[in-house]
Write a protein that binds this ligand. Structure first.
Ligand code: ATP
Length: 208
């Protein structure tokens, strides 16, 4: 379980939000909602230990994040809203690099399958710089097809730039993850048809 208590976030000299309390249980799909600039990305980064809160704490399976960092990083996957690709590498090389950085230890065959699964089979050996925006997005999302055993997925705008079929396909994959006891925390400005009942956490209610 992911648990957040009394969380406050300072960005520059501005307090974005305070007193955020949130729990995410196995099998849950939680959407962090709110207008542009309210602090959704900032909250996701705090949840993953990528930034420090001004106040409050984040716990994973009953332990404060700072005390269980190694375990947490094995058990959580964060995908930011920007496709962090090396333009000179191919989608296959980018995916293998990202997987290795995350300690997934996956082989080329599994990465090739993940790229096929996300619809990038034909582009897998092209340099990333020639990919369209939607294809760049898919390279990052392909990690989800290597991460069935990673319980917590934290996703910042995963549906941006995807076409209708890809949105449907990704929604099905997130549903399947939750159905198998995984957890998804995400932001999206799109209406996505999930089968899993989605809980919405409106960050605007905690805005300062
Ligand atoms: N390093 C920083 N220094 C100062 N302000 C920052 C910094 N990073 C982000 N901000 C500000 O914090 C606020 C929240 O940004 P954040 O990206 O978390 O919002 P968001 O809710 O995800 O927005 P969007 O819906 O547009 O993606 C914004 O006003 C942004 O300008």
């Amino acid at each position: 379980m992911l648990e957040v208590t009394e969380l406050a976030c300072l960005r520059g000299d501005r307090m974005l939000f305070a007193d955020v309390a949130l729990t995410v249980q196995a099998g849950e799909l939680v959407r962090i909602a709110g207008p542009n600039g309210v602090g959704k990305t900032s909250l996701l980064r705090l949840l993953c230990g990528l930034a420090q809160p001004e106040h409050g704490q984040v716990s994973w399976k009953g332990q404060r994040l700072e005390r269980t960092r190694e375990r947490f990083h094995r058990e959580a996957l964060y995908l930011g809203h920007a496709a962090a690709l090396n333009d000179l590498l191919t989608p296959l090389e980018n995916l293998r690099f990202a997987a290795a950085c995350h300690g997934l230890g996956v082989d080329a065959g599994r990465c090739e399958l993940a790229l096929e699964r996300i619809g990038l089979g034909p582009q897998r050996d092209l340099p990333a710089k020639v990919l369209s925006q939607g294809q760049r997005r898919r390279v990052g999302l392909a990690r989800l097809y290597l991460s069935e055993n990673v319980p917590l997925w934290v996703l910042d705008e995963p549906f941006t730039a995807l076409d209708v079929a890809a949105v449907r396909d990704l929604a099905d994959w997130l549903d399947a993850h939750c159905a198998h006891g995984g957890m998804v925390v995400m932001t999206t400005h799109q209406d996505v048809p999930f089968a899993t009942p989605m809980r919405t956490f409106d960050l605007a209610e905690s805005a300062c």
